[in-house]
Design a protein around this ligand. Structure first.
Ligand code: PLP
Length: 411
């Protein structure tokens, strides 16, 4: 039997997240800001404590027991990441601070080594600023040119237009897997296939995909794939850059310092092998170990079950919000993850967010670090409800009741 066919254990899941029983001004917390950061299950919180209480020391360079115990736990987490992504080797899994650092690493290291004046980097309108600015910086340094794939009025990534942008000048395609502002799922497999047919490398920003979709970097044939731990129910300050080994091997280090060297003299320094070549300095040891627990937790529920649950929430929320006259949903692509952006006529999104907060409902308002998306729809901002594996239809009802109160206040 598929795991989606088994009843989704929502009560047990909610009880795994201590913060969900908190109240906000006497009202139950309704947490719908998972796109910004997800809450943490007890297993992750406990793993952080356990690390500091029983297995903490600096990693890799100690001969003593505790250092080896911490190193073993950290490297076990790397193996966990490897299976999570279906990477060919743990050498392809680099620990970084988050998706932003992963993209900066690739733009700086791969970009400076491989881009020259006139080369093209293809991005899309859907990108988070973290997948725009690092490429602009390297374009400025190298003379490379940025091309942008447009989206349609539903927020769909336009594959035809994308294909027209590809040419022998295209050296890198860097696109999001799921739009954080609209929820659009980008057909990244096809994006990668077409890029490779033109000889370009591909980076996928998987920040908003990792909590919702099963990721298989080998099936996708991705060259680089990044995600952040904190959106995947893990700690903040830790993330992963997956890179194809042959590419990572050829890339120069990003930062210099401890951990990433083989031998240092004032005359010449040689670098450590992968993955350590890209992990300068003491890493976020407890964060890495607890990221392994977050992956265990999410996979314990199963992506099929999570996707079915979140799809139900998204469909239900879309239907209920579409039934409210003054609400305009922004982002109506047929393939979406559980993100719902909307506006209420004549009410600024920040006012909507503030009024919802009086009822304990946490949504995000603003440009969501995706100003080109806002510009595409000629909007300064939207309200964004983003659902996670612990949200419920009752919470969607609370959101709808909150929106109705906003409407009444501004009528
Ligand atoms: C699609 C996308 N890319 C990149 C980022 C940046 O992630 P982080 O701030 O964890 O580095 C985010 C965060 O919201 C995101 O949604």
């Amino acid at each position: 039997m598929s795991d989606a066919a088994v009843a989704y254990p929502i009560d047990r899941i909610r009880s795994d997240f201590p913060i969900l029983s908190e109240t906000v001004r006497g009202k139950p917390l309704v947490y719908l800001d998972n796109g910004a950061s997800a809450q943490k299950p007890r297993a992750v919180i406990d793993r952080i404590s356990k690390t500091y209480e029983t297995e903490y020391a600096n990693v890799h360079r100690g001969v003593h027991y505790m250092s080896q115990k911490a190193t073993d736990a950290m490297e076990a987490a790397r193996l966990r990441v490897k299976t999570f992504l279906n990477a060919a080797s743990e050498r392809e899994c680099i620990f970084v601070r988050g998706a932003t650092e992963g993209i900066n690493l690739v733009a700086a290291s791969w970009g400076r080594a491989n881009l020259k004046a006139g080369d093209e980097v293809v991005l899309s309108v859907l990108e988070h600023h973290s997948n725009i600015v690092p490429w602009q910086m390297v374009a400025e340094q190298t003379g490379a040119v940025i091309k942008v794939v447009p989206i349609d009025d539903d927020g769909r990534f336009l594959l035809d237009e994308y294909e027209k942008l590809l040419s022998p000048r295209t050296k890198m395609v860097a696109v999001t897997h799921v739009s954080n502002a609209l929820g659009t799922i980008v057909p990244v497999r096809e994006v990668i296939r077409l890029a490779h047919a033109h000889g370009a490398a591909v980076l996928i920003d998987g920040c908003q995909a990792a909590p919702h979709l099963r990721i298989d970097v080998r099936e996708l044939d991705a060259d680089f794939y990044v995600f952040s731990g904190h959106k995947l129910y893990g700690p903040s300050g830790i993330g992963v850059l997956y890179g194809r080994e042959s590419l990572l091997k050829a890339m120069p280090p990003y930062q210099g310092g401890g951990e990433m060297i083989d031998r240092v003299t004032f005359e010449k320094t040689t670098y450590a092998d992968l993955p350590f070549k890209f992990e300068a300095g003491t890493p976020h040891i407890a964060g890495i170990i607890a990221l392994g627990s977050a992956i265990d937790y999410v996979e314990g529920i199963g992506f099929e079950a999570i996707a079915a649950h979140e799809h139900d929430l998204l469909a239900y929320a879309t239907e209920r919000l579409a039934g409210i006259n003054s609400v305009r949903i922004v982002g109506t692509a047929p393939e979406k993850a559980a993100i719902l952006s909307f506006n209420i006529r004549d009410v600024h999104p920040h006012d909507v967010g503030t009024i919802l907060d009086y009822d304990g409902i946490a949504v995000r308002t603003g440009h969501h670090c995706a100003q080109p998306v806002m510009d595409r729809f000629d909007l300064p901002a939207t309200v964004r409800a983003s659902f996670g594996l612990y949200n419920t239809r009752a919470e969607v009802d609370a959101l709808v009741a909150g929106i109705q109160r906003v409407q009444e206040m501004f009528a």
